[in-house]
Design a protein around this ligand. Structure first.
Ligand SMILES: [Zn+2]
Length: 156
Protein backbone atom coordinates (compact mmCIF):
# COMPACT_ATOMS: atom_id res chain seq x y z
CA UNK A 1 0.00 0.00 0.00
CA UNK A 2 1.31 3.41 -0.99
CA UNK A 3 1.54 5.87 1.92
CA UNK A 4 0.17 9.35 1.20
CA UNK A 5 3.22 10.74 3.00
CA UNK A 6 5.73 8.85 0.86
CA UNK A 7 7.93 10.70 -1.59
CA UNK A 8 6.14 10.67 -4.98
CA UNK A 9 8.67 8.69 -6.98
CA UNK A 10 12.09 7.23 -6.43
CA UNK A 11 13.99 8.60 -3.44
CA UNK A 12 16.46 11.25 -4.63
CA UNK A 13 20.07 10.52 -3.81
CA UNK A 14 22.07 12.90 -1.64
CA UNK A 15 24.29 13.65 -4.62
CA UNK A 16 21.22 14.66 -6.66
CA UNK A 17 19.90 16.88 -3.88
CA UNK A 18 23.29 18.57 -3.47
CA UNK A 19 23.90 18.90 -7.23
CA UNK A 20 25.10 22.16 -8.72
CA UNK A 21 22.30 24.50 -9.80
CA UNK A 22 23.38 27.29 -12.12
CA UNK A 23 20.65 29.63 -10.88
CA UNK A 24 22.42 29.77 -7.49
CA UNK A 25 25.24 31.75 -9.10
CA UNK A 26 23.04 34.47 -10.59
CA UNK A 27 24.21 37.99 -9.86
CA UNK A 28 23.01 40.41 -8.68
CA UNK A 29 21.65 38.84 -5.55
CA UNK A 30 18.11 40.23 -6.06
CA UNK A 31 17.84 38.37 -9.39
CA UNK A 32 19.02 35.12 -7.78
CA UNK A 33 16.64 35.63 -4.88
CA UNK A 34 13.73 36.07 -7.29
CA UNK A 35 14.45 32.74 -9.01
CA UNK A 36 14.84 30.93 -5.69
CA UNK A 37 11.55 32.40 -4.47
CA UNK A 38 9.85 31.40 -7.74
CA UNK A 39 11.06 27.81 -7.45
CA UNK A 40 10.17 27.62 -3.75
CA UNK A 41 6.61 28.81 -4.42
CA UNK A 42 7.18 31.92 -2.32
CA UNK A 43 6.37 34.69 -4.81
CA UNK A 44 3.89 37.53 -5.41
CA UNK A 45 1.91 35.83 -8.18
CA UNK A 46 -1.80 35.58 -7.51
CA UNK A 47 -1.77 31.77 -7.31
CA UNK A 48 0.26 32.15 -4.11
CA UNK A 49 -1.06 35.39 -2.61
CA UNK A 50 -4.65 34.22 -3.11
CA UNK A 51 -4.00 31.36 -0.70
CA UNK A 52 -3.60 33.82 2.15
CA UNK A 53 -6.61 36.08 1.66
CA UNK A 54 -9.54 36.36 4.03
CA UNK A 55 -11.94 35.23 2.79
CA UNK A 56 -10.01 32.56 0.93
CA UNK A 57 -9.72 33.06 -2.84
CA UNK A 58 -10.35 29.83 -4.73
CA UNK A 59 -7.69 28.95 -7.30
CA UNK A 60 -9.92 29.39 -10.37
CA UNK A 61 -10.50 33.12 -9.72
CA UNK A 62 -6.86 34.08 -9.07
CA UNK A 63 -6.54 35.58 -12.54
CA UNK A 64 -3.46 37.02 -14.18
CA UNK A 65 -3.22 40.77 -13.68
CA UNK A 66 -1.16 41.27 -16.84
CA UNK A 67 -3.38 39.84 -19.60
CA UNK A 68 -7.04 39.75 -20.55
CA UNK A 69 -7.17 35.95 -20.73
CA UNK A 70 -8.91 34.00 -18.00
CA UNK A 71 -5.57 32.46 -17.05
CA UNK A 72 -4.72 31.75 -13.45
CA UNK A 73 -1.62 33.78 -12.53
CA UNK A 74 0.93 31.05 -11.84
CA UNK A 75 4.70 30.73 -11.91
CA UNK A 76 4.30 28.76 -15.14
CA UNK A 77 2.08 31.38 -16.77
CA UNK A 78 3.71 34.76 -16.09
CA UNK A 79 7.46 34.52 -16.85
CA UNK A 80 7.32 32.28 -19.90
CA UNK A 81 3.78 32.37 -21.24
CA UNK A 82 1.73 35.47 -20.41
CA UNK A 83 0.72 37.46 -23.50
CA UNK A 84 -0.22 40.67 -21.68
CA UNK A 85 1.19 43.69 -23.53
CA UNK A 86 3.75 44.80 -20.94
CA UNK A 87 4.83 41.25 -20.17
CA UNK A 88 5.05 40.09 -23.79
CA UNK A 89 6.93 43.21 -24.96
CA UNK A 90 9.43 42.76 -22.13
CA UNK A 91 9.64 39.02 -22.94
CA UNK A 92 10.41 39.81 -26.59
CA UNK A 93 13.31 42.01 -25.46
CA UNK A 94 14.55 39.19 -23.21
CA UNK A 95 14.22 36.65 -25.99
CA UNK A 96 16.37 38.80 -28.27
CA UNK A 97 18.99 38.97 -25.51
CA UNK A 98 18.61 35.22 -24.92
CA UNK A 99 19.02 34.49 -28.63
CA UNK A 100 22.28 36.48 -28.65
CA UNK A 101 23.66 34.41 -25.76
CA UNK A 102 22.24 31.07 -26.80
CA UNK A 103 21.14 30.67 -30.40
CA UNK A 104 17.90 28.72 -30.82
CA UNK A 105 16.48 29.58 -27.37
CA UNK A 106 13.70 31.51 -29.11
CA UNK A 107 12.89 28.38 -31.09
CA UNK A 108 12.91 26.38 -27.86
CA UNK A 109 10.24 28.76 -26.60
CA UNK A 110 8.19 28.65 -29.80
CA UNK A 111 8.54 24.90 -30.24
CA UNK A 112 8.36 23.93 -26.56
CA UNK A 113 5.53 21.81 -25.34
CA UNK A 114 4.16 24.45 -23.05
CA UNK A 115 5.34 27.02 -20.59
CA UNK A 116 6.68 24.45 -18.12
CA UNK A 117 8.99 22.94 -20.76
CA UNK A 118 10.31 26.38 -21.67
CA UNK A 119 10.89 27.35 -18.05
CA UNK A 120 12.76 24.06 -17.49
CA UNK A 121 14.90 24.69 -20.59
CA UNK A 122 15.58 28.22 -19.40
CA UNK A 123 16.68 26.97 -15.97
CA UNK A 124 18.92 24.31 -17.49
CA UNK A 125 20.87 26.68 -19.77
CA UNK A 126 23.79 28.16 -17.81
CA UNK A 127 24.36 30.91 -20.40
CA UNK A 128 20.87 32.37 -20.09
CA UNK A 129 19.84 31.65 -16.52
CA UNK A 130 20.98 35.16 -15.40
CA UNK A 131 18.40 36.59 -17.81
CA UNK A 132 15.76 34.45 -16.15
CA UNK A 133 16.71 36.11 -12.87
CA UNK A 134 16.30 39.56 -14.39
CA UNK A 135 12.98 38.55 -15.93
CA UNK A 136 11.51 37.04 -12.78
CA UNK A 137 12.63 39.95 -10.60
CA UNK A 138 11.03 42.37 -13.10
CA UNK A 139 7.71 40.52 -13.01
CA UNK A 140 7.82 40.53 -9.20
CA UNK A 141 8.28 44.32 -9.28
CA UNK A 142 5.32 44.62 -11.66
CA UNK A 143 3.17 42.64 -9.22
CA UNK A 144 3.85 45.28 -6.58
CA UNK A 145 2.60 48.00 -8.95
CA UNK A 146 -0.54 46.30 -10.31
CA UNK A 147 -3.37 44.91 -8.18
CA UNK A 148 -4.33 41.26 -8.70
CA UNK A 149 -7.50 40.50 -10.66
CA UNK A 150 -10.33 38.19 -9.67
CA UNK A 151 -12.99 36.58 -11.80
CA UNK A 152 -16.39 37.98 -10.94
CA UNK A 153 -18.79 35.13 -10.20
CA UNK A 154 -21.56 34.59 -12.77
CA UNK A 155 -24.79 36.40 -11.98
CA UNK A 156 -23.12 39.55 -10.55
ZN1 LIG B 1 -1.26 36.59 -18.18
Amino acid sequence: MHSPLAWPGPQPTLARIRAYRSYLTILPRDDRSAVVHLLAGCHPYHIETGRHTVPYTVREVRLCRFCARDAVETELHVPPGCDGTAISEARDEYLVALEERQPRIYHVWVESEGDEAFLAAWLAADEVVPLLGMRVRWTFEQCAAIQPRRRVPDGN
